[in-house]
Design a protein around this ligand. Sequence first.
Ligand code: AMP
Length: 285
Amino acid sequence: MHICATKQDLRRVLAELRTTGTIGLVPTMGYLHDGHMSLVRAAQAENDHVVASIFVNPTQFGSAEDLEKYPRDMDRDLAMLRDAGVAAVFTPTPDIMYHPDAQTIVETTDLANKLMGALRPGHFRGVATVVTKLFNLFQPDRAYFGEKDYQQVAVIRTMVRDLDIPVDIRPIPTVREADGLAMSSRNARLSPDARAAAPILWQSFDMARDLVATGATSDEIKSAIWTMIDREPLARVETVDIQDAITLDPITGPIDRDIVILLAVTFDPVLLIDQCVIPAQKDLT
Ligand code: AMP
């Protein structure tokens, strides 16, 4: 496996790989788990070469503390990618990634600032900008992203459409622990008690599915989820959003189309997000 610390290295390795087939990119911030590896496996099924990046992107973090505390384990990550058969991995530092006078940003103006974007101002601008840079550096045929970060996938799809970036965006279902908690690098920062309580997010989706089946409205489902999670003393609900699964527009009233429930819950100081798509009830459409 090629480990590329600089853009020059990366470009050289990619030019070579490209002569022998298609390239699938898996961008990550490291501290890898099976969710990331499911993206790698999906990429392997569809491409001749799989390449990855490990970069904790400072511009998408709201606070210096959150950035600093983000878990890291480069040696273990590289071993996992090597064992999986990844061809090359890009491991830049922020100084290598960003020009000291960088002044260009990419922003999906509407999508970036609502829902999770309203909770984390600047976050999706940081994501869109770094992913654009990664697409320009790797020029992959396909790029793989987790549906867990549902709004992120929407932002990247919109940006690729609007800027005519020639890459096929492939969303991959969320991989969960046995108790339903979505795998996340941030889970490592949960206290044992918070870790035990965190599957409440997943349990609230079960309840929401039942409520959709009984014809509940969006407001009723939202308030039932809010109440259920609020009962857990370690959890602080930040947002519960019920949106059109395709457009991410808000849904009011009965559930007459496919919806996505977007949850953001803090188990102090760790912000967890999760999502669940629920298909429209046939007798309402
Ligand atoms: P991150 O390292 O958290 O930026 O994640 C890198 C990529 O892995 C993103 O596209 C995430 O959506 C995806 N990812 C993270 N956790 C999971 C999971 N539990 N299941 C599937 N994909 C995931």
